[in-house]
Ligand binder design. Structure first.
Ligand code: LMR
Length: 394
């Protein structure tokens, strides 16, 4: 029967990762997959994670199953981190998932269960896997304008105009912070306008928050999610611990279903547990346990926060260096948006042909839509990239 299988489209981010590995040149620069790397090009295990693992190894006495929604202590700790006390705890159903992607997938499945005809409004552009999973699930994606190539900022008027088309029964997918792939984000006034529009149309927001702490700081990055969750009747929040705890391969995420009606929480919680059971039964525990230990221990938490802040500041410094270097080489502020963007990514705003030229001529790998992982740079490679961008005629 397997002869009937058709080959599936390659994920463009993961295909790029492989192409970089296969390139024999030594002076190559990987700005592809969204994994943090320090100045030495290493993705380190964070100090607090190492310490928590050590403690866990000494103290853990069983690997027996925990629960279909994972350990409630993990949900509690993550809810405090993301929502703080903006929403009463009894209004939130939550389940651990295998990474942020697991949370996104489960969120889409929950939407489909509730309304098989729901349309999911997604930013143009969005993380390619959002679209891929929606297509796989047979759900309709509707693009809303988001990025303005000419300014490197958000096309807010276009976004609002397109979101007018979302109706009750539809879902609007928003990136909580550090928009992937563009790096361009809404300001507080714009977030409020989106929330008001959602409340007018009755569409339900779904927030994907995978980079909390990478933009303007842990608290500032969570602010839009808190505003949304406290002001709309219901929403979904898919959170990832991959980046801010640096535990990518441990697959640690959380899906929250928030309702202003606490009476809905039991049904939402039961649905999340059911969906986990159908897809993979119990969610992974190791990463979730580390996160819980770190968030609940004041010393580990302080150390984690300070290392995360170093990571955030190093990416900001690289952004400023790159924007400054391009300013010097071009004599214009054309690339000033790179310093305004936040998070791991920036969209350069150039053609696939020039992205290809950067790869072939300079060994610089970025996603075809010109998304660059800023953390793939260091102080020495920033001038190399800037020079290549100018030489390629971007
Ligand atoms: C990315 O956007 O590069 C990351 O979220 C990694 C992935 O799984 O695509």
């Amino acid at each position: 029967m397997f002869e009937t299988l058709k080959s599936q489209p390659a994920d463009k981010i993961l295909a790029l990762m492989q192409a970089f590995r296969d390139d024999p040149r030594t002076a190559k620069i990987d700005l592809g997959v969204g994994v943090y790397r320090n100045a030495e090009g290493v993705t380190p295990v964070m100090r607090a994670v190492k310490a928590a693992e050590h403690r866990l190894w000494q103290e853990q006495t069983t690997k027996a199953y925990v629960g279909l929604a994972g350990d409630p202590a993990f949900a509690d700790a993550m809810i405090r981190l993301i929502l703080n006390n903006s929403v009463p705890r009894e209004n939130i159903a939550a389940a651990a998932t295998p990474g942020g992607t697991g949370a996104v997938r489960q969120a889409f499945e929950m939407i489909r269960l509730a309304n098989p005809d729901a349309r999911i409004f997604v930013s143009d552009p969005t993380w390619p896997n959002h679209l891929s999973i929606l297509q796989y699930l047979g759900m309709e994606a509707v693009a809303y304008r988001y990025f303005d190539d000419s300014t490197g900022g958000v096309d807010f008027d276009g976004m609002m105009a397109d979101l007018q088309g979302a109706k009750k029964g539809d879902v609007v997918l928003l990136h909580g912070c550090c928009h992937n792939p563009t790096g361009a984000n809404l300001n507080t006034v714009e977030w409020q306008a989106v929330i008001d529009l959602l409340n007018d149309t009755g569409a339900v927001p779904m927030i994907d928050i995978a980079y909390q702490g990478f933009g303007d700081g842990l608290e500032a990055d969570a602010q839009p999610t808190r505003m949304v969750a406290s002001q709309v009747p219901e929403c979904l929040i898919a959170a990832s611990c991959s980046k801010n705890f640096g535990i990518y391969r441990e697959r640690t995420g959380l899906l929250m279903a928030v309702s202003q009606d606490a009476g809905a929480t039991a049904m939402n919680q039961g649905t999340l547990a059911f969906l986990n059971r159908q897809n993979y039964s119990f969610p992974p525990d190791h990463g979730a346990r580390l996160v819980t230990m770190i968030l609940n221990d004041s010393a580990l938490r302080a150390d984690w926060m300070s290392e995360l802040e170093e990571v955030r500041r190093s990416m900001l410094a690289l952004r400023e260096q790159l924007a400054g270097e391009l300013q010097r080489l071009t004599g214009s502020d054309r690339f000033g948006f790179l310093a305004q963007h936040r998070g791991m990514f920036s969209r350069l705003g150039t053609t696939p042909e020039l992205v290809e030229k950067l790869r072939v001529d300079h060994g610089i790998y970025m996603v075809g839509d010109s998304r660059m992982n800023i953390a793939g740079l260091n102080r020495d490679t920033v001038p190399v990239l800037a020079r290549a961008i100018v030489d390629a005629g971007v």
